[in-house]
Write a protein that binds this ligand. Structure first.
Ligand SMILES: *[C@@H]1O[C@H](CO)[C@@H](O)[C@H](O)[C@H]1NC(C)=O
Ligand SMILES: *[C@@H]1O[C@H](CO)[C@@H](O)[C@H](O)[C@H]1NC(C)=O
Ligand SMILES: *[C@@H]1O[C@H](CO)[C@@H](O)[C@H](O)[C@H]1NC(C)=O
Ligand SMILES: *[C@@H]1O[C@H](CO)[C@@H](O)[C@H](O)[C@H]1NC(C)=O
Ligand SMILES: *[C@@H]1O[C@H](CO)[C@@H](O)[C@H](O)[C@H]1NC(C)=O
Length: 582
């Protein structure tokens, strides 16, 4: 809260400064002793980087510059474990059921769907520019942003941009980039992440030398450690169609980490199958499959080394320019990744912890160094967080809320911040390794990830069957349940919560328990488990179910929908904004 007010003051100062330039072109000093400078942001967004498979432990420079100098959010989640929907959520502050960008390709997703939904005129970089920020972006923006559609229209909101384009986005050694309004350009033979690094350094230089002294927001989005995809000859009809394979590292990193293996956690290639639906039918992987997956894992770590160097390069330059202390550096990934857990081949698209828990590290003005927190945060929160840090007013239709960044603010919200993440997915599952390279139909589901000091739960409903997975991973044991209550009791509450969340918007997403208990006496699962609510949850509530399995957000498939029954209305005082609920 302090930060928001602090920088709001700075905002009006800057507007005045711009006006002075326009009127008499007098060179006013860029810094003013009396007014604080508006902070800059450098946002590094990796692709498919896990938080659970220890990838960050192999990034010493991220550790040194970001983790040890900043705050690590141990319970940060994406809401949809695949690139494009997750990125659209990130840049709009809305959950995929409110963007309806639910897939990587049309008709349900990809850049064309983002444009068709009207977001290109109304999303994060546009808001930033309207608030006086310069905005720069290099790397991957969205899927299905291609050498054919990059100009129809150009992505809005960027002072400078240099995007990776499909179908060459994931070709580590033959990428195609497209700068501002220029033609696409091939970088055959150059290592993709190194090209991104050079472009990022160039934009940083532009940003620092802006003649108006505007603050900036620079996003750097390398593809590491995503799988490599070589498209081959596009005109060919033969077998050299798009093929997934393990990521490729820069040559200088290709021999690192010999002997390193996927962490052998309890859920790694288990002796009994686990999960639901098609996952329940997966065979245990044989030794050559496991060996390949270990190799695949090492390739991810190797591909991340160029990202690690990129972070070092950015920090070194920020220091040289003398703006390191005025700049937030934020590090995250669009979604997580699994390799071998639950017998899965390398991939994402599932609701498991490996897929949805992603790194989030923040360093910058006021952020506590070398600190880790367990407050629950998600990608719906990032746009609101950035706006708040930069002193830009929030929007009422955000599905998430600002993430606190100072230790004092984090500790103050530990008891009150929501404990849920609304997880959703539509469409197919994809295996990205060389084994069982099948795409699985029917991977549509809705879920809640709930985490608190007392419990850690994952609850999921899919169209095929009602599967209650009342524990993280598959080790269902009574002791993980709240107050030793039967699973069914917990499930009834989670089902009602999911029923609210699956079609929530804005405030309903941020405060779902208030929809069920408008008086405000229930804010957590623990509260809802009170025996006096047994009837309310076990008898009165509608169950979440699907009418059929669809590959997109088709209303007819979604089953019954929550209606507020006018319950929430009396509790929204006139003029009350959701800030008061935070
Ligand atoms: C590299 O990509 C370009 C398109 O940007 C393509 O024309 C060329 O054939 C590719 N080279 C290889 C070796 O695949
Ligand atoms: C191991 O499993 C893979 C993937 O299912 C299969 O392609 C391969 O033939 C198997 N190898 C052996 C030695 O059984
Ligand atoms: C960060 O904290 C860890 C223990 O939590 C400590 O071992 C380490 O020295 C600290 N690093 C810095 C740079 O303060
Ligand atoms: C687990 O909970 C169920 C339902 O309350 C109960 O019937 C069962 O005995 C419990 N099992 C263990 C191992 O405590
Ligand atoms: C989402 O988009 C798809 C594809 O355009 C469309 O068929 C569907 O009706 C949309 N869903 C909603 C809820 O608007």
């Amino acid at each position: 809260m302090f930060l928001a007010k602090f920088f709001l003051g700075a905002l009006s100062f800057s507007a005045g400064l711009d006006l002075a330039f326009a009127q008499n072109e007098i060179q006013t000093p860029l810094t003013n002793q009396d007014a604080p400078r508006r902070p800059n942001v450098v946002f590094i967004l990796t692709d498919d980087q896990d938080a659970r498979l220890e990838s960050l432990q192999y990034m010493p420079l991220v550790k040194k510059h970001l983790i040890e100098q900043g705050t690590y959010y141990n319970k940060h989640y994406c809401t949809t474990a695949i690139c494009c929907p997750s990125r659209v959520t990130l840049w709009t502050g809305k959950t995929p059921h409110n963007t309806n960008v639910t897939d990587v390709n049309p008709p349900y997703g990809g850049y064309p769907k983002f444009v068709a939904q009207g977001f290109n005129d109304d999303y994060f970089p546009v808001w930033l520019q309207q608030s006086g920020y310069n905005t720069y972006y290099t790397g991957k923006l969205f899927n299905a942003h291609t050498v054919n559609n990059y100009h129809s229209p150009y992505p809005s909101g960027f002072t400078g941009s240099d995007f990776l384009l499909d179908p060459y986005t994931y070709d580590y050694l033959n990428s195609t980039f497209q700068r501002n309004d220029e033609e696409p350009r091939s970088y055959e033979g150059k290592y993709s992440t190194d090209v991104v690094a050079e472009k990022a350094y160039g934009f940083l230089d532009d940003a620092v030398h802006d003649t108006k002294g505007k603050p900036f927001f620079l996003t750097v989005a390398p593809i590491g450690p995503h799988s490599n995809i070589v498209v081959g000859d596009m005109s060919s009809t033969k077998a050299d169609r798009p093929g997934f394979s393990e990521p490729i590292s820069a040559k200088r990193h290709q021999s690192l980490f010999e002997g390193v293996k996927v962490p052998r956690t309890e859920n790694f290639n288990p002796g009994h199958s686990s999960g639901a639906n098609w996952i329940l039918e997966l065979p245990q992987q044989n030794q050559s499959n496991v060996d390949y997956n270990d190799h695949y894992y090492r390739q991810r770590l190797r591909a991340l080394q160029a990202v690690d160097e990129l972070v070092d390069g950015l920090v070194a330059r920020l220091k040289e320019y003398g703006i390191l202390d005025d700049t937030y550096i934020v590090y995250s990934s669009d979604n997580g990744f699994h390799i071998g857990q639950h017998r899965l081949q390398p991939g994402k698209t599932c609701g498991y912890e490996e897929d949805i828990n992603v790194p989030l590290i923040v360093r910058g003005p006021g952020v506590t160094p070398n600190y880790t927190t367990d407050i629950v945060t998600s990608h719906t929160d990032l746009a609101p967080t950035f706006l708040e840090l930069l002193g830009i007013p929030l929007r009422d239709d955000f599905d998430g809320k600002p993430i606190p960044v100072t230790k004092a603010e984090i500790e103050a919200t530990e008891q009150t911040r929501r404990e849920h993440v609304n997880v959703e997915y539509w469409g197919i599952a994809i295996s990205e390794g060389i084994h069982q390279p099948l795409t699985r139909e029917h991977n549509t589901y809705k879920a809640i990830r709930l985490s608190s000091v007392d419990y850690s739960l994952y609850y999921s409903v899919d169209p095929g069957q009602l599967n209650n997975l009342l524990a993280s991973s598959d080790s269902v044991s009574n002791k993980t349940l709240v107050a030793g209550l039967p699973k069914e009791k917990v499930a009834s509450r989670l089902d009602a919560l999911l029923f609210v969340l699956k079609s929530c918007q804005g405030l309903t997403c941020r405060e779902p328990w208030r929809q069920l208990h408008p008086i405000g006496d229930v804010n957590t699962l623990a509260d809802a488990l009170d025996a006096r609510f047994d009837d309310f949850y076990e008898a009165e509530q509608t169950r979440v179910r699907y009418e059929f399995c669809a590959n997109g957000y088709i209303i007819d498939a979604e089953g019954p929908m929550w209606e507020t029954h006018g319950l929430a209305a009396p509790y929204m005082r006139d003029g009350a904004s959701w800030d008061e609920w935070v």
